[in-house]
Design a protein around this ligand. Structure first.
Ligand code: F6R
Length: 616
């Protein structure tokens, strides 16, 4: 959700904040703003609804002689995008500026009290309460540090907040975090300290970071950062972690969009996820980098996979693999449902969460439930040192590099790869892998990047097809087995990028209702590689053709019979049946991308979406 940046140092604060916000735009992009404190002790706020270019224009008159400041990209929760609702928010004295990510659950009550006591609340946001409460505590004689800590204790819900203010006090920026609000990370460089919602805007400045946990507050002054517990005020000794992150993965290079770049990075992402984990002759799966507790894993009686959105779809594919490799019953659950239904779990349950960002509020909420019930937890993540890696017993790092496009692509494929590897590992440890040659399976896995490259080399085919398809308002995407979740993922991509209504269905379900939708106005994409379920898919395709349906088929190279049924055919390289989702997902990504482009939409930042969903 919202992106946050703060800076205290001897470089040009305005520029540092602006560059940071450009990097953070993928988190939220309906409004944007900065607040700085000038050398002459003035608080200047420039903010606007709209995206980065609008702020860049608006900021021309913003002072340049700044000492420190904060910035924010917003994803609206309370109050629609407008200049007034944009962050930073200030108090009645115009001395305090605040940026916020999260939801203050008791804000109505706080707002009412503040209004009655004479505060002028100008926005519709929950966030604006924060500077006004701080103002009240300062009026009672508290320092800014005490006032902020007291204010934090009044806020219910999950909140990440950075405060800046005009002051003689050495503490210039204060950051705190409560609940499962998105990340708060402090970055250190020579003569400067940064604070941000994630490391993306900081990696060009530093590789040294400290992450705030829930219930912690950081007081940032020129030569020092002091950490305390919000509850007890005890001083905390927190370590600095060194993270070497490739700066290139946050740049677009020669690609028109991050999403296209990330689609093309998928062969390499798969290599990265598998690297040093899979070996052949003799076959070996090495997950020693994941700190798995083998003795606990041997006692697992049940597995539950959780996630949201694309990560849930990856989990749905993973369920089939893991069940097949381990013989253990595997359930799948949407994290936002799991967390509120008192699931039956015990210490012999393995909960696997798929959460590339490590920040998704619902997945974290579900993980907390699993932790309280003593389940063993493995999380799949693209970012170390996040809340999800702290909650889980073990983690599998996806290693795809930063994904900036809001719609998941390379993290989706890498999540599936990690689940496949984990399933093989568990099956191998428990000696339950049925009838498959492990060595051969690993060799086939190693072929995925090359096959993906073959698919991607046919990218030019998608532009004309997307143009034809962009005029339709509804789509159905049908698949079976491993390709049913891929149909759902394809439908999600179409919705996100082209704002077209699309549904992913198990092909067998067609006759139970959706068949009545068939006419020439609803293209039906059938995912039908020539595998063991192909005859079943062919039956469905014939039934659609018999009703004069508009059919697009994804099938294996060399399939000639399909020409009699389909209006458009997308051919896939041949691959081991178990691995087909790695290939079938990609044409649906490309198709959605090009339909979005042909409709003139911003595919990197689809409307209303945000990359990390840090609120419920
Ligand atoms: C869709 C998409 C989202 C995410 C979902 C979970 O393209 O990106 O559906 O997959 O918000 O995100 P993580 O994996 O960070 O928990």
């Amino acid at each position: 959700m919202c992106g946050i940046i703060g800076y205290l140092g001897n470089q040009d604060t305005k520029n540092i904040l602006l560059n940071g916000l450009k990097k953070l735009e993928y988190r939220g992009y309906d409004s944007i703003g900065i607040a700085t404190i000038t050398a002459s002790q003035e608080l200047s706020i420039t903010k606007t609804s709209g995206k980065f270019p609008t702020l860049k224009k608006a900021i021309v008159d913003h002072p340049t002689n700044n000492l420190y400041g904060i910035g924010h990209t917003r994803w609206a929760t309370h109050g629609k995008p407008s200049k007034t609702n944009s962050h930073p928010h200030s108090d009645c004295t115009q001395k305090i500026a605040v940026v916020h990510n999260g939801i203050i659950e008791n804000y109505q009550e706080l707002r009412e009290k503040l209004t009655i006591s004479g505060h002028n609340i100008v926005s519709e946001t929950d966030s604006e309460c924060i500077p006004h409460i701080i103002e009240d505590y300062i009026a009672k004689g508290h320092s800014i540090s005490q006032a902020t800590q007291l204010t934090a204790s009044r806020l219910e819900g999950s909140n990440a907040v950075v405060v800046s203010h005009i002051t003689e006090d050495p503490v210039k920026l204060i950051a705190f975090k409560s609940g499962n609000a998105g990340g708060v990370v402090i970055g250190y460089s020579k003569n400067a300290t940064f604070v941000a919602s994630d490391i993306t805007p900081l990696i060009e400045h530093t590789s040294q970071f400290t992450y705030l946990n829930s219930g912690e507050i950081a007081y940032i002054s020129e030569n020092n950062v002091e950490f305390k517990s919000l509850k007890t005020s005890d001083v905390l000794q927190k370590e600095k972690v060194i993270l070497q992150v490739n700066n290139k993965s946050t740049q677009k290079g020669t690609y028109k969009h991050y999403m296209l770049k990330e689609i093309h990075e998928q062969p390499q992402s798969i290599v990265n996820t598998m690297k040093d984990r899979l070996f052949t002759a003799p076959a070996k799966i090495d997950l020693s980098d994941c700190n798995l507790d083998i003795s606990r894993l041997k006692n697992i009686e049940r597995i539950i996979l959780i996630g949201m959105g694309s990560s849930l779809h990856a989990a749905m594919v993973g369920k089939i693999w893991i069940e097949q490799f381990t013989g253990i019953p595997v359930d799948i659950d949407n994290a936002s449902e799991f967390r509120y239904r008192n699931p039956v779990i015990n210490e012999n349950t393995l909960v696997i969460s798929v959460c590339q960002s490590g920040e998704t509020a619902d997945t974290l909420g579900a993980m907390e439930i699993a932790k309280a019930k003593k389940a063993y937890q493995i999380t799949l993540t693209n970012y170390l040192e996040t809340q999800s890696t702290r909650l889980a017993n073990s983690y599998i790092h996806l290693r795809t590099g930063t994904e900036i496009g809001v719609a998941s692509t390379k993290t989706f494929l890498s999540s599936m790869a990690a689940l496949f590897i984990l399933g093989l590992f568990l099956g191998n440890e428990r000696k339950t892998i049925p009838n498959i040659n492990l060595n051969q399976t690993i060799l086939s896995l190693n072929q995925i990047p090359e096959k993906l490259n073959q698919l991607l080399s046919q990218e030019s085919l998608y532009t004309p097809l997307a143009k034809t398809l962009s005029k339709y308002r509804n789509f159905l995407i049908l698949g079976r087995g491993l390709n049913y979740p891929i149909g759902m993922e394809g439908a999600l991509k179409l919705k996100e990028l082209s704002y077209i209504h699309a549904e992913g269905y198990p092909a067998g379900e067609l006759k139970h209702g959706p068949i009545s939708l068939i006419d020439q106005n609803i293209p039906i994409i059938a995912i039908a590689p020539q595998d063991s379920l192909y005859p079943k898919m062919m039956t469905t395709i014939s039934e659609i053709a018999a009703r004069n349906g508009n059919i697009i088929v994804l099938t294996t190279e060399g399939n000639t019979e399909i020409k009699n049924f389909a209006e458009h055919i997308i051919y896939l390289p041949e691959i081991d049946e178990l691995l087909s989702p790695f290939l079938t997902a990609v044409p649906l990504q490309l198709l959605s991308y090009y339909v979005g482009i042909s409709k003139g939409y911003n595919v990197d930042q689809p409307r209303h979406l945000a990359k990390s969903v840090t609120v419920e």
